[in-house]
Design a protein around this ligand. Structure first.
Ligand code: SAJ
Length: 414
């Protein structure tokens, strides 16, 4: 059976671009989100997140009638679940959104349908969804018990796109597709072939789940190495940026860049999904998380030291500007942002501090005292702390910074 309609549950950073790209291939897409304001704005052809070119695409597919958003699901050939999987107490995965999404589609399932989970999830979640749906729909058969002969196909296909490049990567990246049974994998591959140019690689659902967690843990461990080096170098009075550049001239060395910590909803979260399931075996992955989570505290200590140095040299308290609040360069996303956590720490502690974040209009609610100001005003401050290497900041001339006390946590001005 051809896939001509798809219901996408969750219209965030992954769900909305996926829905829009599918709709651009003339598939009827029903986008579902619990946020009625997001639903309303999508139905007006607008978007509620910042991602290059997504606004143009959404506007055109909504106008052509291929994408409609709603707060409730409806019948379709395939269902894609792209809801958040945060963690709750003690870094345990919180699967409540995934479970709620599965429950919400259960009444709309019909024989021949495909359900794909894209949300980053601990190993075994796709099989769990199969059991949950089976409980709710005893009139249908599911692949965790019926294998290839089941009425419903269920698969896991992780998203692997990089925020800021989502539309390009959605189409060109390879996709790992893991069915609960081999026929589920085949059926899910049909769906992704509708819009993916990259290779669609078949596996089972557990391996696909672990693959996503592995990719992000690999990056986290490598960033932790860079962050640890930066703290070692600080103590040994070695310029870590120069050091990394030199070491990377070795043909088999490729060290990543230190920063003020690791943020975003992926790299800072996903490794815990491995640790939660296999704590005894995941010692390196856990330590990497701890090293990266410690880095903001190290930066806070450096800011305090710089402030004291200014006071002793100039005999007055400094004004401070924090450049950047987002979790990485050239995006507006503040989720798990180490930059924001650092600024929050100083909120109310520093009488004369401001923040500059060119990618957002409204200051985050968590900041009660530190005001969001434009670049020009920020650069009047005595101390400049660069927390995110946004292009606007990298382009600042050495002359502009010459008289300032500078802390560059990203190596943007070396
Ligand atoms: N970071 C550093 N140093 C580096 C690289 C990154 O400090 O050398 C920091 C960033 O500033 C940021 C954090 O790490 O705070 C994460 O940024 P990122 O660019 O590494 O990754 P994300 O979270 O934007 O996207 C990642 C990607 N995964 C991998 O590269 C393995 C992306 O492909 C995934 O789709 C995404 O997670 C996801 O959704 O899981």
């Amino acid at each position: 059976m051809n896939i001509s309609s798809v219901c996408v549950i969750g219209l965030g950073y992954i769900g909305l671009p996926t829905a829009a790209v599918l709709a651009s291939r003339k598939v009827r897409v029903y986008g579902v989100d619990i946020n009625s304001r997001a639903v309303d704005s999508i139905n007006q052809g607008k978007i509620h997140i910042v991602e290059p070119d997504l606004d143009i695409l959404v506007h055109s597919v909504v106008n052509e009638g291929y994408l409609k958003a709603s707060t409730t699901p409806q019948c379709a050939d395939a269902f894609v679940i792209a809801v958040p999987t945060p963690f709750k107490n003690h870094f345990q995965p919180d699967l409540s959104y995934v479970e709620a999404a599965a429950r919400s589609i259960a009444p709309f399932l019909a024989k021949g349908n495909l359900v794909v989970l894209e949300s980053t999830s601990p190993v075994g979640t796709t099989e769990m969804i199969s059991s949950l749906l089976a409980e709710m729909r005893p009139d249908l058969t599911f692949p965790h018990t019926e294998g290839v002969s089941a009425d419903i196909s269920i698969a896991y296909c992780p998203e692997r796109v990089l925020p800021g490049h989502i539309l390009r990567e959605l189409v060109h990246n390879a996709r790992v597709i893991g069915g609960v049974s081999p026929s589920c994998t085949e059926r899910a591959t049909e769906l992704y072939k509708l819009f993916v140019d990259g290779e669609c690689i078949a596996t089972n659902s557990r391996t696909a789940e672990m693959c996503k967690l592995t990719e992000n843990s690999f990056r986290d461990v490598n960033i932790a190495f860079a962050n640890e080096l930066s703290m070692i170098c600080d103590k040994l009075d070695v310029n870590v940026w120069e050091l990394i550049k030199l070491a990377n001239r070795h043909p088999r060395v490729n060290i990543l860049q230190p920063g003020p910590g690791v943020g975003g909803h992926c790299i800072a979260v996903d490794p815990w999904f491995i640790v939660a399931k296999t704590p005894e075996e995941s010692r390196l992955i856990k330590t990497a998380r701890e090293v990266n989570d410690f880095k903001p505290q190290f930066v806070i200590k450096k800011i305090n030291e710089l402030q004291k140095k200014f006071e002793s040299e100039k005999g007055k308290a400094p004004s401070i500007a924090f450049l950047g609040l987002a979790f990485k360069a050239n995006i507006d996303d503040l989720r798990e942002s180490p930059a924001l956590h650092i600024v929050e720490y100083f909120d109310g502690k520093l009488p004369d501090a401001v923040a500059v974040e060119p990618n957002i209009q409204e200051p985050p609610k968590s900041l009660k005292h530190i005001k969001l100001v434009g670049m020009e005003q920020g650069l009047n401050s005595d101390i400049i702390v660069l927390l995110v290497d946004h292009t606007e900041f990298k382009q600042l001339s050495k002359e502009t910074l010459r008289t300032k006390f500078v802390l560059d946590t990203r190596g943007a001005w070396v």
